[in-house]
Design a protein around this ligand. Structure first.
Ligand code: DP6
Length: 311
């Protein structure tokens, strides 16, 4: 029996995709770093059944019935786009704990697309579609997944998905897991709700100015400036959440503790991590690989589990 396997990394955005329009069209350009240690693996195999079916590949992933429907419905879309008429068993699993509160939609939609692209090439006897076309397909399933195709830094704006030049040293993401409960508001629904915030007006301009400054700082290897833009962006996105109608809130006590630590560190030592938070309570600290031991000790001392990934 033929099996097609692929795996894809998660990514963490410093400039966020938030407030999307129909069809995962982003209102502003976003920029992220891939997280090569947090991956989803997908295996596809042919089945003689009437419809596609999903199964977990490992113990770590349990998709909710809603999550499974979304995943399989995107797979149906992929098969249509790639002219695949067969039915498949779709197996997927993350190598990071499901309860760590890390976004897995980027890695899982990217890996599914990569596996489908491989299956298409082999079944049809053609060469594989190029990586950008694959990323654009994946974007229809989950917007942020298109950034998982380009490593280490990727910028996505409308139909353009490209690598970002950087003179920063190699960075490691230390994730402080402030809470592991599942989200009350999914990121897909956060996208809709932020549009009701009075602060949404001007969001596109703010994000695009910040992105420009961030790209300049990355090119210049200016870590402090990158950290400042990332800090401003995390508060911008979370302020949209806090002022939506009705408002919603992801921060946990550990989130505030971690943010205060980062602020104090910069204040006292004149250096520190690049800090960001997604639609969740966990705090991502991007630090130079050469200093990871030091930061791991500091962050672990805050009393929460810490996960780690390079780009
Ligand atoms: C806060 O890509 O999860 O992580 O397109 O509905 O799947 P869908 O949304 P998703 O949104 C990501 C939101 C974010 C910011 C980001 O990664 O840019």
């Amino acid at each position: 029996m033929n099996t097609w396997k692929a795996s894809a990394p998660a990514n963490i955005a410093l400039i966020k995709y938030m407030g999307k329009e129909e069809g995962n069209v982003s209102t502003n350009a976003s920029l992220s770093m891939t997280l090569s240690s947090f991956t989803t693996s997908v295996e596809l195999s042919l089945i003689e059944e009437n419809d596609h079916r999903w199964e977990p590949l490992s113990q770590s992933l349990s998709l909710t019935p809603k999550g499974r429907d979304r995943y399989l419905s995107f797979f149906r879309f992929l098969c249509e786009q790639l002219s695949l008429n067969q039915k498949f068993l779709v197996r997927s699993g993350n190598n990071f704990p499901a309860d760590a509160g890390l976004a897995s939609s980027a890695s899982s939609f990217a890996a599914l697309t990569m596996a489908a692209v491989q299956a298409q090439a082999e079944i049809k006897g053609t060469s594989q579609i190029d990586i950008l076309s694959a990323a654009k397909l994946s974007r229809k399933g989950s917007g942020s997944s298109c950034r998982s195709f380009i490593s280490p830094w990727c910028r996505w704006e409308n139909e353009e998905i490209r690598a970002v030049p950087s003179s920063l040293p190699p960075l490691v993401d230390l994730v402080l897991v402030a809470a592991d409960e599942s989200k009350k508001v999914t990121s897909s629904s956060a996208h809709q709700r932020v549009r009701t915030s009075a602060l949404f007006e001007g969001r596109v301009e703010r994000a695009s100015i910040r992105l420009r400054k961030l790209e300049d700082a990355m090119k210049a290897g200016n870590l402090q400036q990158v950290a400042e833009e990332s800090w401003a962006e995390l508060w911008d996105m979370h302020s949209l959440f806090h002022t939506s109608q009705p408002p919603f809130f992801y921060f946990a006590p550990g989130t505030m503790k971690a943010l205060r630590w980062a602020e104090d560190h910069w204040e006292e030592k004149g250096r520190g991590p690049i800090t960001t938070i997604d639609a969740g309570p966990n705090v991502h600290f991007l630090v130079p690989q050469a200093e990871v031991e030091y930061y791991r000790r500091e962050i672990t001392a805050l009393g929460f589990p810490v996960l780690e990934s390079g780009s």
